[in-house]
Design a protein around this ligand. Structure first.
Ligand code: HEM
Length: 139
């Protein structure tokens, strides 16, 4: 990611963070609409899950310019997701639900540049999680 893209992700996230609860609702509604088979992987009560996801996203977004410091946490998160039942394919659906949420939340602020920057950020994070998960499955 370029420094400009990192800044775009961080400034656009700052607009979503104050309405994190709403964003989390949009995200999971969309996720279970496009991937209903993923619903049973999650607890019935999603309150804690919504907080955890938004918290982790905040950590990741703020850590983009010092990736090496968050890498171990992201790898560990990827390994835990093996037990949660997350597959490599699920990461693509999550990407779609995340971009949908950002489009809704940012409106006109969701420019092609912002979309590209978020796609890069997500691909980076998910790539680390998927790789760590693959190594854990093989071990
Ligand atoms: C970049 C992508 C993702 C991030 C940042 C993320 C973040 C998180 C976080 C922070 C938790 C809380 C538990 C923990 O820290 O171990 C969690 C749990 C979970 N995630 Fe993810 N996740 C991602 C992708 C996915 C994908 C692709 C799936 C597949 C459907 C998934 C399914 C789950 C499930 C089932 C749980 C556990 C729910 C429970 O314990 O009831 N996640 N995720």
């Amino acid at each position: 990611m370029t420094p400009e893209q990192i800044t775009l992700v961080q400034t656009s996230w700052a607009k979503v963070a104050p309405v994190a609860d709403q964003a989390a609702n949009i995200f999971y509604d969309r996720l279970f609409e496009i991937a209903p088979e993923a619903r049973p992987l999650f607890a019935e009560d999603m309150t804690k899950q919504k907080r955890a996801l938004m918290g982790m996203l905040a950590t990741a977004v703020n850590g983009l310019n010092k990736l090496d410091t968050i890498l171990p946490a992201v790898q560990a998160l990827g390994v835990r997701h093996v037990d949660y039942g997350a597959t490599d394919e699920h990461y693509e659906v999550v990407a779609a639900a995340l971009l949908f949420t950002l489009r809704k939340g940012l409106g006109d602020g969701f420019t092609p540049e912002v979309e590209e920057a978020w796609t890069r950020a997500y691909t980076t994070l998910a790539g680390v999680m998927i790789e760590a998960a693959g190594r854990a499955r093989a071990a």
